[in-house]
Each structure stands twice: as structure tokens, then as C-alpha cells.
Ligand binder design. Structure first.
Ligand SMILES: Nc1nc2c(ncn2[C@@H]2O[C@H](COP(=O)(O)OP(=O)(O)O)[C@@H](O)[C@H]2O)c(=O)[nH]1
Ligand SMILES: [Mg+2]
Length: 315
């Protein structure tokens, strides 16, 4: 077995383990319906619909999934409920299609802005991402631009040590834009591959947030003009539909290029990943499946749905 396959298999196992509560919520219910019904009728669809909505896939994504399933059943002249499972999985995967997810920032000189409300896992995700990129041999610089919370820079400094990368921080209460300014200068001077910027989570007011992000963006454009730009919103997977609301608000305030969905380990609301991709069309680029440095994975919709339904993947 090659190292890559072993790693993939390890990731999948961790994902399956992390999603166990979500799976108990969704897959067990779905299986019960498939074995409990002897024919396909309106009740059958309604029960599937209920499970998907309870599993946090969202009303609109669920509606589209059921419509698609009905069409497939008709087209393929399916009579047995059990034969619907494959079609259901396929239609969930189709709903999540956002085209190919690009990770260009990993390959180019880039700056990644990480935003999101308090406590969702921004600092942790920046730390994990730093570790991942460092492992790939990249030169990484961190910007501790959350100057709002006293302990924030300290927390990121610990991650910088763990990942063995450089960090630029300012005084508590300093202007976050000034930290970004210094960090851009440092990234330039050290010829960094990736500059990762942790920010404060303040969404109390959309106008404020927009102004602050605009200011940061202006500085980056001026001080680090040749860098490829990535803006990732971090969402807490345990908050279900709330995460979707936040994603919508942030996408109205900034040009979001992707999402990091955290805390998928131990949540029953993992189905939110489906709702995010289906309803917002923004790719989930990474998922957090634990608190340690290795607990960040690239997101793949097919793999995710398989893990959600406990289907072993073939290599
Ligand atoms: N279980 C779990 N905990 C996480 C994950 N990501 C972050 N956390 C925890 O969530 C809490 C808040 O994280 P933090 O990075 O400080 O959030 P921030 O305020 O957005 O910067 C910390 O206790 C983290 O350890 C994850 O993927 N899984
Ligand atoms: Mg933080």
C-alpha cells in the first residue's frame, strides 16, 4: 500500500469516526425507511425528507434532493425502496456540486485571510493549516491580526511554535490593519510562500465588518500586490443552520473563496456541509475533525457523503 493511499484511508477512517453522531442521525433513519417500506409512495418520500431536514441538510437542498430522487426513480422504473439508496446518495452528491474546488493558494505565493465569528475555530484552523503547509515544505508566515482579544496573539504564537513557522503580531488593541501591514512586509522580506492571517471575529455590524475588511484588503493590495488572494470563512459545524446564516452574512460583506467547516467531530449536525454547498455554492475547502494539528482535512463531497452513510471507499 502506497503512503498516499494509507494516508487517504486514515483520513477517511477519522472522518467516519468524527461523523458518527451525524451518521446515527441520518444513515440509521434512512436505512430504517428503506427496509421498513415495501413500496415507493408519497409517505416514503416524506419520511426521507424529514430525516434529511432533521440532519441539517436544509429545506431547500432537501427539496431539490427529493425532486431529483423522484425523477431518477421514475426514469429507472425503480420499484423497490432498497434500490433507492444508491440514487439518493447520488442525488445528494449532485446537489453539492460546486465545480472543481481549487487550492491554487497552496501552489502560488499567496495570502489567506481567515474570517468568522468568535469561537468558531479560526485561530485553531490557521494553526492546523500552517502545519499542513509547512509539512509540504512551504515557507509560512502567520499574522496575528486578532488584536481585539488579549489572549489571541498568545494562542496563535503557540500554534506557530507547534507548526514551526514564523509569526508577526502587534500590541493588544493595535489596529489589525497595522499588523497586516507588518506581516506583508515580513512575508515579502522572507520570500514566504503563504501568509496566513488570523482575524478577530466581529460580525456585530455588517458595515463595520465590511469597512475593516476593505481596509485590510487595501493594505494587502498595496503592500503585497503579487500575492494570490484567498478569503476563507470559518463556520462551526455544531451550530447547524446558524452556520448557514453566518456564511450568508459574510458572503454579503466580502468576496469569499471558500469555507472551513470545523468541529465535525462529535456533532450530529454535519449535514450542514450539504446545505452550505448546495444553497450558497461556496466550496467547503477544509473540515476540522478535532483539536490537534493533524485534524484538518481537505473536503471532498463524494467522500463526505460516503462517510455520512458509512460506505467504505474503494482505493
Ligand atoms: N473538537 C473540535 N474542536 C475545535 C475544532 N476547531 C476548533 N476547535 C476548538 O474550538 C475552540 C475555539 O477555537 P478558536 O480557534 O480559538 O476559535 P476563534 O475564536 O474563531 O479563533 C477551541 O477550544 C478549539 O480547540 C475542531 O475541528 N474540532
Ligand atoms: Mg481566534
Amino acid at each position: 500500500m502506497s503512503e498516499e493511499i494509507a494516508e487517504k484511508r486514515g483520513f477517511f477512517r477519522r472522518l467516519v469516526k468524527g461523523l458518527s453522531k451525524t451518521r446515527a442521525n441520518i444513515a440509521a433513519g434512512i436505512d430504517a425507511i428503506f427496509s421498513g417500506f415495501s413500496g415507493i409512495d408519497e409517505d416514503f418520500y416524506e419520511e426521507i425528507e424529514e430525516i434529511l431536514i432533521m440532519g441539517d441538510l436544509g429545506i431547500s437542498a432537501t427539496g431539490a434532493i427529493i425532486e431529483n430522487l423522484k425523477e431518477q426513480v421514475k426514469e429507472n422504473k425503480i420499484k423497490e425502496p432498497k434500490e433507492c439508496k444508491e440514487l439518493l446518495l447520488r442525488s445528494i452528491k449532485e446537489q453539492m456540486n460546486v465545480g472543481e474546488t481549487a487550492y491554487r493558494f497552496e501552489e502560488e505565493r499567496s495570502v489567506v485571510l481567515v474570517i468568522g465569528v468568535n469561537g468558531v475555530g479560526k485561530t485553531t484552523s490557521v494553526g492546523k493549516l500552517a502545519g499542513k503547509l509547512k509539512d509540504q515544505g512551504k515557507k509560512v508566515v502567520l499574522a496575528a491580526a486578532d488584536t481585539f482579544r488579549a489572549a489571541a496573539a498568545e494562542q496563535l504564537t503557540e500554534w506557530a511554535h507547534r507548526a514551526n513557522v514564523e509569526i508577526i503580531s502587534g500590541q493588544d488593541g493595535a489596529d489589525p490593519a497595522s499588523v497586516i501591514y507588518d506581516a506583508a512586509a515580513a512575508a515579502r522580506a522572507r520570500k514566504a510562500d503563504v501568509l496566513l492571517c488570523d482575524t478577530a471575529g466581529r460580525l456585530h455590524n455588517k458595515k463595520n465588518l465590511m469597512e475593516e475588511l476593505k481596509k485590510i484588503n487595501r493594505i494587502l493590495e498595496k503592500e503585497y500586490p503579487d500575492a494570490f488572494r484567498e478569503t476563507l470563512v470559518v463556520l462551526d459545524g455544531t451550530t447547524g443552520q446558524n452556520a448557514l446564516v453566518q456564511a450568508r452574512q459574510f458572503s454579503e460583506a466580502a468576496e469569499i473563496t471558500g469555507i472551513i467547516l470545523t468541529k465535525l467531530d462529535g456533532t450530529a449536525k454535519g449535514g450542514i456541509a450539504v446545505a452550505i454547498q448546495s444553497e450558497l455554492g461556496i466550496p467547503v475547502k477544509y473540515i476540522g475533525v478535532g483539536e490537534s494539528i493533524d485534524d484538518l482535512q481537505k473536503f471532498d463531497a463524494d467522500t463526505f457523503v460516503n462517510a455520512l452513510f458509512g460506505i467504505e471507499e474503494e482505493e
